[in-house]
Design a protein around this ligand. Structure first.
Ligand SMILES: [Zn+2]
Length: 132
């Protein structure tokens, strides 16, 4: 049995440690708004910061959202707020999601892979179009 730990709160997010903005970071614009990417209502503890499109995010929600887009085969990142759809540059995602070196590596590899596949599909469909 675990001693002394049974009373402490166990969260379901044990697999992923929550990232948190440094409140003293002057390069970030902190806002009071809702975390627009917190689709699962996980209510992240980090202060919210504003993206270039004007929506508030937290580093963990932003990381999860961008990972989802990569998994769907996207080679760019767009805001998940309904009706927004502004594209964020990778450098902004990097900074705002507080990506770790491992995450950066994964993001860059997947971006390159997805972009290459997209190019291939565009070429392939234009060839098909040409032929028929
Ligand atoms: Zn937005």
């Amino acid at each position: 049995m675990l001693q002394g730990e049974m009373g402490s709160k166990l969260t379901t997010q044990a697999t992923k440690q929550e990232k948190c903005y440094d409140p003293g970071d002057k390069t970030l614009k902190f806002v009071d708004g809702e975390d627009v990417l917190d689709f699962l209502c996980e209510d992240f503890k980090s202060p919210r910061a504003q993206m270039s499109c004007g929506h508030a995010v937290t580093p963990t929600s932003l990381t999860n959202w961008c990972l989802r887009q990569l998994d769907q085969g996207d080679s760019r990142f767009v805001c998940g707020q309904f009706g927004c759809g502004v594209e964020w540059p990778y450098v902004e995602v990097c900074k705002m999601a507080l990506l770790t070196p491992e995450e950066k590596k994964y993001f860059e590899q997947t971006l390159a892979f997805n972009a290459a596949r997209e190019n291939f599909l565009i070429k392939a469909s234009s060839l098909l179009f040409h032929h028929f």
